[in-house]
Design a protein around this ligand. Structure first.
Ligand SMILES: NC(=O)c1ccc[n+]([C@@H]2O[C@H](COP(=O)([O-])OP(=O)(O)OC[C@H]3O[C@@H](n4cnc5c(N)ncnc54)[C@H](O)[C@@H]3O)[C@@H](O)[C@H]2O)c1
Length: 314
């Protein structure tokens, strides 16, 4: 999923890409998937030249040796430390001593993955969101042994990829965004298990409450807008009441044991027909495009220069 999506994002930004698909049959699959993503980009108005013109900068290969001249390597293989370790070992044997090696891991700490490298100081996290070519989000993460110059360089470069990156100076489980999301998941699973609500109603609440303001303003901007007094009173009453167990929700154990893959195979917290599942990727890509257009339009309407605001509040 993400390897193809990240390749498309970087091709859109004008970089030549060498994509490694080392598993038998995946080269052809990746090629077809990348072409499909370019068609979504085309429909969403993200292209400034023809699809073949972008594809001429893409080379998909099984051979790690072809990474030899790359300055930045982004690993996006399955979320498994041992498999990632094997990939770093192969990459480090080939690339130059100062090439940056980055991981797109969602949850394995950079400081842990870093222990498996011969030259750990050039290893960082570059955490993308799906669809990587359409979202502005990106977390750039230093591990405890990363030299900050590498993350700083990628942070600057990421603006050229049309991202609004955040830079984590220290690596924490879940980084920023997933950590916040996991807290929401824990509470939501708990409320469902207690029979207080349903998954459908949790999703409705997220979409029509948070979903109606989150692109317009962030969490703390929201707080300033609503009034700080109210929040103090609410925190006092609600914080002690929130679930803080550390077990995996039973339903997750059940779904994972059944090898459910969500929209990829139609089986997840919800069931999807093949047509429903297929429509997600394309319509989500279009949605992302529209939401950024809206966010930019309304930032302008608020007479708001994000750079000036951030500078004043440093
Ligand atoms: N899916 C998301 O929304 C998302 C978001 C952010 C980060 N991530 C992270 O990105 C990474 C990839 O996630 P994904 O959703 O694209 O997974 P995926 O299952 O779609 O792709 C994983 C890829 O790993 C490769 N792979 C498997 N075994 C391998 C091996 N032994 N050697 C080399 N390559 C191997 C395969 O090519 C496979 O296509 C994970 O670390 C995940 O946590 C995913």
């Amino acid at each position: 999923m993400m390897g193809s999506s990240i390749a498309v994002s970087l091709l859109l930004s004008g970089h030549p890409i060498i994509a490694i698909a080392p598993i038998k049959g995946e080269k052809e699959k990746a090629n077809l998937h990348i072409r499909k993503l370019f068609r979504y980009c085309d429909k969403s108005g993200l292209l400034s030249k023809s699809i073949p013109a972008y594809l001429s900068s893409l080379h998909i290969t099984e051979d790690f040796y072809e990474l030899k001249s790359c300055e930045l390597i982004i690993e996006c293989v399955v979320e498994n430390r041992e498999i990632k370790r094997q990939v770093y070992e192969r990459v480090e044997k080939i690339v130059s001593r100062d090439a940056i090696i980055a991981t797109n891991t969602s949850a394995i700490p950079i400081s842990i993955l870093q222990q498996d490298l011969t030259f750990p100081e050039r290893f960082i996290g570059i955490h993308w969101a799906e669809p990587a070519y359409g979202t502005r989000f990106m977390e750039i993460v230093n591990g405890s042994n990363s030299l900050p110059l590498y993350a700083n360089w990628v942070y600057e470069l990421a603006h050229e990829w049309d991202k609004e990156p955040t830079l984590l100076k220290k690596d924490i489980r879940g980084f920023i965004t997933n950590r916040l999301m996991y807290a929401e998941f824990r509470e939501a699973f708990f409320l469902e298990k207690c029979g207080i609500t349903t998954f459908e109603d949790v999703d409705k609440a997220m979409r029509y409450d948070a979903g109606s303001w989150m692109t317009f303003m962030g969490l703390f901007e929201r707080m300033d807008y609503i009034g700080l007094d109210d929040f103090k009173v609410i925190f006092e009453a609600v914080f002690p009441d929130l679930h803080n167990g550390d077990g995996v929700p039973e339903i997750m154990e059940y779904l994972v044991n059944k090898e459910a893959r969500g929209t990829q195979d139609g089986m997840g917290v919800y069931q999807y027909t093949k047509e429903e599942a297929e429509s997600w990727e394309e319509s989500f890509a279009k949605f992302n495009k529209d939401i950024y257009r809206l966010a930019t339009e309304f930032l302008e309407e608020r007479n708001y220069s994000e750079n000036e605001f951030l500078e004043r509040n440093k």
